[in-house]
Design a protein around this ligand. Structure first.
Ligand code: HPA
Length: 270
């Protein structure tokens, strides 16, 4: 008997729970979980109930897959994400993206908490990612970097829309280069200095593997970082995870407002 495809099993199950086609996808990182409040007529399924789906194990990640109506369009939301440092490999991190692809997601927004490296950044700032660097992790992400080498990961038009919407709302976002580090511990002073010398504006432990997976699938992707802490480079600097979560929570509403604006704009234009 032919073995069934895990993706078929996952999507069939989600279909039985009320999931259907969606043009937009959203991954909510640390502290962004409350953005889900903006989703109406929700179907909420915990990751642990979904066949073949990886489960988030980290503080500040609720671990629900949500389907619903977002500013008049259908959306699939990951409320909490999967990190490589949780012991998952790149295929497992990419799996939820494959699932979203099966439901027709074309436009994907990734959110994350990030440490600020640019000296002009302040905690609570939102930064739209222009490009990324991952000075280490070539091996972990190998399969995806090789297959998709070179091409841009972040969609210029979606990024420009986010910027314009933020200006209209009189709270302009930053634009910058995001560095990926494997975690789970925060960076050392020496690593911070290396990342700054590479021109990175912020550093995170997520998002880049997902952006690579989304590029392979052909999604138009944007990423928004909330600067949860700022690295000045002084000796003895530490970061408290509770502070990271609460700083992002304070900016999550502003991010949700930006995202609703994006859905309206993308639904009426491209
Ligand atoms: N480094 C990496 N990831 C992070 C940070 C940081 O300083 N803050 C929030 N996520």
């Amino acid at each position: 008997m032919p073995r069934s495809d895990p993706l078929d099993e996952t999507t069939d199950f989600l279909g039985s729970q009320g999931f259907s086609t969606a043009r937009f996808g959203l991954i909510l990182g640390t502290g962004f979980g409350r953005c889900v409040r903006a989703v109406e007529q929700k179907t909420v399924v915990p990751y642990c109930a979904i066949p073949h789906f990886p489960v988030s194990t980290v503080q500040g990640h609720e671990g629900n897959l949500v389907y619903g109506d977002w500013g008049g369009a259908s959306v699939i939301v990951m409320q909490g994400r999967i990190h490589l440092y949780e012991g998952y490999d790149i295929r497992q991190v990419a799996y939820p993206l494959e699932v979203m692809g099966r439901f027709g997601v074309e436009i994907l927004v990734l959110t994350n908490a990030a440490g600020g490296l640019n000296p002009s950044y302040e905690a609570g700032d939102l930064m739209v990612v222009r490009q990324h660097v991952h000075p280490i992790g070539q091996k972990q992400m190998g399969e995806l970097t090789e297959e998709t080498a070179g091409g841009p990961c972040y969609d210029d038009a979606v990024r420009a829309s986010l910027l314009q919407i933020s200006i209209q709302r009189k709270r302009p976002v930053r634009q910058g280069i995001l560095a990926w580090m494997p975690g789970p511990s925060f960076e050392t002073r020496a690593e911070i200095s290396v990342l700054k010398s590479l021109g990175a504006d912020a550093v995170t432990m997520s998002t880049v593997p997902e952006a690579l997976a989304a590029r392979r699938i052909g999604m138009r992707t944007a990423a928004i970082s909330c600067i949860s802490n700022v690295w000045t480079g002084r000796a003895g600097e530490t970061v408290d995870t509770d502070d990271v979560v609460s700083t992002v929570e304070d900016s999550a509403e502003r991010c949700a407002d930006l995202l609703i604006g994006l859905v309206h704009r993308m639904s009426t234009r491209a």
